[in-house]
Design a protein around this ligand. Structure first.
Ligand SMILES: O=P(O)(O)OC[C@H]1O[C@](O)(CO)[C@@H](O)[C@@H]1O
Length: 249
């Protein structure tokens, strides 16, 4: 796992956007795994800026999002699908049929998890997966305790995750209790992974990810088993990593 320490959120976002653009330009068919949450918002803005200025095309890009809430309609403002169109897809030239998210209102939710896993499996994993990290070390919605061999599945959200995400809802009661998420095994299939961590609230999770044992108590620690991971952390998120020998850049 390579750690890239940057000064602040702006530098972190610029690094991530550049990584994604490199991948988009690298081939005539590209698959990206994308994340929601607060952290990648600026990265997506920078991709939009690039699209306006340099016209980097996404016609050949296929996207697969990490997760979606169960029971939230795709067109509701709180869905992750809505987030992705608002923050990115409406502003670039990606064909709608190339955009993939789990369907949180599918009639047969188990069948839906299998359908989503099969789509990613067909690619043998996405080319580049963008990840955030939860304060409890979750990746996607794989909460602590999730076995590392889980593929796409329905997960029950921890109360702390619901509370952290309640800022997007009118009240905590409205935050769904369950979500469909790529499993850890799904994420590990990715050919390359870039994990973004910004702010002091992520410092402990990052410390555990690098220093704790590789265990599902900190789901992100499993990334140490993947051959091609870059962790991009700003000064606050990396504040507990100062003395680490793995630190580069
Ligand atoms: O970027 P944020 O908002 O801190 O969220 C971190 C992580 O938490 C989630 O939003 C889920 O709670 C993930 O999608 C994200 O990677």
């Amino acid at each position: 796992m390579k750690l890239v320490k940057v000064k602040n959120y702006e530098e972190l976002s610029a690094f991530a956007a550049e990584k994604i653009l490199e991948k988009v330009r690298s081939s005539n068919r590209v698959s990206l795994g994308l994340a929601t949450g607060g952290t990648p918002v600026r990265t997506y803005e920078l991709l939009i800026d690039d699209f306006k200025k340099r016209k980097t095309s996404y016609q050949h890009v296929h996207t697969y999002n990490l997760d979606e809430y169960v029971g939230i309609a795709a067109d509701a403002q709180t869905s992750y699908q809505y987030y992705m169109f608002e923050h990115l897809f409406n502003h670039i030239d990606i064909p709608k049929e190339n955009v993939h998210l789990p369907n949180g209102t599918a009639e047969n939710i188990l069948q839906e998890t299998q359908r989503y896993e099969d789509a990613i499996d067909k690619l043998k994993g996405v080319d580049l997966q963008l990840l955030g990290i939860g304060e409890n070390g979750h990746i996607g919605f794989n909460e602590p305790g999730t076995p590392f061999d889980r593929t796409t599945h329905v997960t029950e959200l921890e109360e702390s995750t619901r509370e952290a995400n309640s800022r997007y809802f009118n009240s905590l009661d409205e935050v769904p209790t369950h979500a469909i998420t790529m499993g850890i095994a799904t994420i590990l299939k990715s050919k390359e992974i870039v994990l973004l961590a910004s702010g002091e609230k992520k410092a402990e999770a990052l410390y555990q990810m690098f220093n704790g044992e590789i265990s599902n108590n900190c789901p992100a620690s499993v990334l140490r088993n993947h051959p091609n991971v870059i962790v991009v952390a700003d000064e606050q998120a990396a504040s507990k990593l100062e003395k680490l020998s793995t630190v580069s850049n």
